[in-house]
Structures are given as C-alpha cells and as structure tokens.
Design a protein around this ligand. Structure first.
Ligand code: CP
Ligand code: NVA
Length: 311
C-alpha cells in the first residue's frame, strides 16, 4: 500500500464558522474527505490516544452518530455531554475543565456566541456542530456530495429555497469558496444575514461565483443543478411552527418547482425533513434525491476536518 498523502493542518485553531477555512482549506478538506472515504483503513490510528468531548444543547441523529463513529474509526475516543452550556456553571469554567481532559471539543449550541465563547476559552480546537448561524460540517458534506455527483462544481448553480438561517448561511459561503453560483429564495422576514450575503459577494468578486437573492422560488430554481431546502422551523423555533407554515407555504419543493431545475438536477436536504411541509414525499423519495448521500458524507467530511485540526 502506498503511503497516505500528507495532511495539511488548518491554520485557524477552531472551526466555529465557515469563514475559519480558507478557499484552499475548503478544497483540501474535500480532497481528504474523498480519500478517507476511499481508504478508511489508512486512518484507523490517526487519532490514537486522542479524546474528544461532544457537547449537545439540542437533539441530533446524524451529527452525533457520525462524529462519534468518525472519532472511533480514527482511533480516538468520544465522550458525550448533553444539556445547556453555561447554566450549571460559567461557560469559561466548563471550557477550562474540558481542555485539561480532551484534545478537541465538538459543540452543538443554540447560539453562535456560545460556540465562539467555548473556542475563546478552551485551548483545544472547537468545532461547530450546528448553531443558529452556521452548520459548517453539513455544508462540507454537501459539497462532497455535489463533487461526487458532478465532478467539478465550479460554475454549477445551487438553489436554496426556504429559511435563510444556519444551513443556508454555511452553504452559500462554501458554494462561493468553490466558485459556484448560488440562488437564495426566502420569504420576507426570513432572509439570510445581510453580513453573510455581503461576505459571499466579496468571495464571489475574487472567485467568480454569482449570488442571486430573491423572494421568488421559481427564480431560484430555474436551471439549477441542485435544489436544497431545510425545515421551516428550526430547533428552538417549534412554537413558531404554525406561523412559519403560513409564511413558507409557497416555498415547498414539489414536483412542479423541481421541474424548473436543470434536467440533471439533484434534490438536497440536510435532514431531518418534514414531508408535506418543505418538500413533498414524491421529491424526497425520487431517484434525483441525494439526501442519504449527504448524510453518509457527514462521516467522511468530519473525519477530514478532525484530521486537519488535530493530527
Ligand atoms: N443534518 C443534521 O445535522 O442532522 P442532525 O440534527 O440529526 O444531527
Ligand atoms: N435548520 C435546522 C437544521 C437541522 C440540521 C435546525 O437548526 O434545526
């Protein structure tokens, strides 16, 4: 067996937001993710002797299981903590306990400020496993999925139709880093952060992608190679579900809207999905749906991220 290619280290100490990765690092994570997917046996001891704390303020299936498996399959050890961060004791004390015991922290938090504060106080790398603002691990797995499907993704159009929050933010930043065009359709009052839109325009000026922001789902879907959506009410917003069902009613990805995309388009969703709300059963179960490829790639993309932050 030839030697595994060298692993480049991510320059930033933490990945709490997509902007912590440079353009080159995004491509390097994706290349390593493809390599660990192809040859997992090469990395079985890469994190031997390393322990990682996984802190979850919110529920999870994919993120929790894929991080735990990724850590185990790299030879490391994962330990779980469920509950609010900074409630029983100050966050800065929690961070300074954890960094005496573990070599990295994975944190799913309600507020971005919480994961940023954890990164500020802990000496070890901190990875954002979903906050209100970002879902960087999801977006990396999604870009890996698109690369597998289309080869180079530069110049392809990714349309996100739905709520302009965490998943949309991370996707638009990663798409820009890879030179993709991005169309974002959100209802009024549920727009993406203007600061992130501005950052995406700045990346596009450098790398050539285009960003269209609209309230019209048909404009976003037209000719896209991928149509992506997410739940209308995120975790922590359950009491707004009825109001959001009304606001997002015209934003469902159904067969009619999906037909406006390119003939080779794929349907994407981070999951969990609410069939009959943001997507019809027919679209998510169609042969064009790649939602389980996305879920599978969470494992590989997170292995790559851990290796590039820790090994
Ligand atoms: N897509 C995703 O992050 O799923 P979980 O909430 O189950 O982790
Ligand atoms: N926007 C969703 C994503 C879940 C993976 C949420 O925050 O609940």
């Amino acid at each position: 067996m030839t030697a595994a290619p060298p692993i480049t280290r991510i320059a930033h100490a933490d990945v709490t937001r997509d902007q912590d990765l440079t353009t080159e690092e995004v491509s390097a994570v994706l290349a390593l993710a493809a390599e660990v997917k192809k040859s997992p046996e090469r990395y079985r001891t890469a994190l031997a002797g390393k322990s990682i704390a996984m802190l979850f303020e919110k529920p999870s299936l994919r993120t929790r299981i894929t991080f735990e498996l990724a850590i185990q399959e790299l030879g490391g050890f994962a330990v779980n903590y469920d509950g609010p961060i900074g409630a029983r004791e100050p966050l800065r004390d929690m961070a300074r306990n954890l960094d005496r015991w573990v070599h990295a922290i994975v944190a799913r938090t309600f507020r971005q400020q919480t994961v940023d504060d954890m990164a500020d106080w802990a000496e070890v790398p901190v990875i954002n496993a979903l906050s209100d603002m970002y879902h960087p691990c999801q977006a990396l797995a999604d870009m890996q999925t698109l690369q597998e499907r289309f080869g180079s993704v530069k110049g392809l159009k990714l349309a996100f139709i739905g709520d302009g929050n965490n998943v949309a933010h991370s996707l638009m930043l990663n798409a820009a880093q890879l030179g993709m065009d991005f169309a974002l359709a959100t209802p009024e009052r549920y727009e993406a952060s203007q600061a992130i839109i501005d950052e995406v325009h700045a990346i596009n000026a450098r790398l050539g992608g285009k960003l269209v922001v609209t309230t019209d789902p048909a404009v976003a879907a037209a000719g896209a190679q991928a149509i992506y959506t997410d739940v209308w009410a995120s975790m922590g917003e359950e009491d707004e579900a009825a109001e959001r069902r009304t606001a997002f009613a015209e934003y469902q990805i159904d067969e009619g809207l999906f037909k406006m995309a390119a003939p080779n388009a794929v349907f994407m969703h981070c999951l969990p999905a609410r069939r009959g709300e943001e997507v019809t059963d027919g679209v998510i179960e169609s042969p064009r749906s790649v939602v389980f490829d996305q879920a599978e790639n969470r494992l590989h993309a997170q292995k790559a991220l851990l290796l590039m932050l820790m090994s």
